[in-house]
Design a protein around this ligand. Structure first.
Ligand code: COA
Length: 361
C-alpha cells in the first residue's frame, strides 16, 4: 500500500508526462516551453484529442464556437437559486444538465461548458445579464468578452490562452484520476467531467490560487512578508502556491505563467508593481520553507502565478478554480477517451483494518 497512492502507476498514457525531478512537463511529445505562449487553447485541445475521436476536425475552433453557442441554451435554467452558490458549484450544476455520452459532440459541449457557464454565473452574481457566445471568436477572446461584456485586447486573449494551455493536462493528477475512474465504469464523459470538477475544487488541488491572492493582500507590502509567513507556518498553515506531490524542483508551469504575466505587464500601469511584489513574497516564502523544511524540497507551484495572471484578467479569486477547469477539461476528456479505448474498470483493493465480526457463542 502507498499512502495517497504516491509512486503508484495506475495508467499508461500518451497524453502527458510530468518529470518531477527534472521539472519538466511534456504534452504529446512537446515540452510546455514550446506550447505555452505559442498555441491557442483550441490547438492544445486538438493535440490532446488527436487519435481519440475518429471525426475530429482539423481546426477545432469553429466546432468549439458552435458548442459554446449550443450550451449557452442551458444558462436560462440558472433561476434564482444557482447564483447563490459558489462559482464552482453553480458552474458544476449547469454542466450536470448536459446529457451523458462518449462522442465528439458530447466532448465539445463539455469543453465549452466551464467557459460559458462560469462567465454567465459571474455576471448573474453581479446582477448582470449573461453575454451570449460569439462562435466566430477564439475561445479565450470569447471567454473574456462573455465575462466583461466587451472585447478583450489580443494581448489579454493571448495571456488567457497561455494559461489554459499551461494547465490543459498534467499526468494522473487527482481530478484526472477521478475522471478516469468514472470513465472506466462507462458512465459517460459528462459524468467523468463532473467528477473532475469536484476533485479540482479542493484547496489541495485546484482551489489554491484564490487563497494566494488572500495571502498577497494580507501581506500588503514586501517588508511584511517574512513576519506574515513565519506566523502562518507557526500556526500550522500551508503556504498556498508552494509544494507539489510530484515536483521536487520548481514547477515548470510557474515559469510559463510568470512569462505570460510579464508579457501582459508591458503597457500596464499596475501589473509591473504587483509582479515585483509577488516576486518578493515568493522569494521570502522559498527562503523560509528552505529553513524550516530542509529535507523537503518545497518550491513554487502553478497556482502562485496563476493567481496573478487571472487577477490581471479581472477574474474574481472566487472563480479561479472555474478558470482552471476551463483548461483542464481538455485533459479530463482526452484521458477519459484513452481510458475507454484500452483501459479496464479501475477497481483497486483496500486492506481491512477494522474489528473482526464476533463469533456466535
Ligand atoms: N507550506 C508549508 N508546508 C508545506 C507545504 C506548503 N505549501 N507543502 C508541503 N508542506 C510540508 C507539509 O506540512 C509536510 O510537512 P511535515 O512532513 O512536517 O508534516 C511536508 O511539507 C510534506 O507535505 P505533504 O503533505 O506530504 O506533501 P504532499 O506531496 O502530500 O502535498 C501539496 C502536496 C500540493 C498538497 C502541498 O504541498 C500543499 O498543501 N501545498 C499548498 C496548496 C497548493 O498550493 N496546492 C496546489 C497544488 S498545484
Amino acid at each position: 500500500m502507498s499512502d495517497g497512492l504516491e509512486g503508484v502507476i495506475a495508467a499508461e498514457t500518451v497524453l502527458s508526462e510530468v518529470d518531477g525531478q527534472a521539472g519538466r512537463l511534456v504534452i504529446r511529445g512537446l515540452s510546455l516551453d514550446e506550447l505555452a505562449g505559442n498555441t491557442t487553447f483550441e490547438q492544445a485541445a486538438h493535440l490532446l484529442f488527436d487519435g481519440f475521436f475518429e471525426d475530429l476536425p482539423q481546426d477545432l475552433a469553429p466546432a468549439l464556437g458552435r458548442a459554446r453557442a449550443e450550451v449557452f441554451g442551458e444558462v436560462s435554467a440558472m433561476g434564482d437559486g444557482l447564483p447563490a452558490l459558489g462559482p464552482v458549484e453553480a458552474m458544476r450544476a449547469l454542466t450536470a444538465r448536459l446529457p451523458d455520452g462518449d462522442d465528439l459532440a458530447t466532448a465539445l459541449r463539455l469543453l465549452a461548458a466551464p467557459a460559458v457557464f462560469t462567465t454567465a454565473v459571474l455576471r448573474a452574481k453581479a446582477g448582470e445579464q449573461p453575454v451570449a457566445p460569439d462562435p466566430k471568436l477564439g475561445h479565450s477572446a470569447d471567454i473574456l468578452r462573455m465575462l466583461r461584456g466587451r472585447s478583450a485586447s489580443s494581448q489579454e486573449a493571448a495571456a488567457l490562452d497561455a494559461y489554459l494551455v499551461t494547465v490543459c493536462d498534467h499526468g494522473l493528477n487527482a481530478s484526472t484520476f477521478a475522471a478516469r475512474v468514472i470513465a472506466s465504469t462507462r458512465a459517460g464523459l459528462t459524468s467523468a467531467v463532473l467528477g473532475g470538477i469536484s476533485a479540482l475544487k479542493g484547496p489541495l488541488h485546484g482551489g489554491a490560487p484564490g487563497p494566494v491572492i488572500e495571502m498577497l493582500d494580507a501581506i500588503g507590502e514586501p517588508d511584511n512578508a517574512r513576519v506574515w509567513i513565519e506566523n502562518a507556518l507557526d500556526h500550522g498553515e500551508r503556504l498556498m502556491g508552494f509544494g507539489h506531490r510530484i515536483y521536487r524542483v520548481r514547477d515548470p508551469r510557474a515559469d510559463a505563467l510568470k512569462k505570460a504575466v510579464r508579457r501582459m505587464s508591458e503597457g500596464s500601469n499596475v501589473l509591473p508593481g504587483r509582479l515585483a511584489f509577488a516576486e518578493a513574497v515568493e522569494a521570502a516564502a522559498l527562503a523560509i520553507l528552505k529553513e524550516r523544511k530542509p529535507d523537503r524540497s518545497l518550491d513554487t507551484n502553478v497556482e502562485f502565478y496563476t493567481a496573478l495572471l487571472l487577477e490581471a484578467l479581472a477574474f474574481p479569486p472566487s472563480a479561479f478554480t472555474c478558470v482552471f477547469a476551463m483548461g483542464r477539461v481538455a485533459g479530463w476528456l482526452a484521458h477519459s477517451r484513452e481510458q475507454l479505448a484500452g483501459g479496464r474498470l479501475i477497481r483497486p483493493d483496500s486492506r481491512y483494518v477494522g474489528p473482526e465480526p464476533r463469533r456466535a457463542a
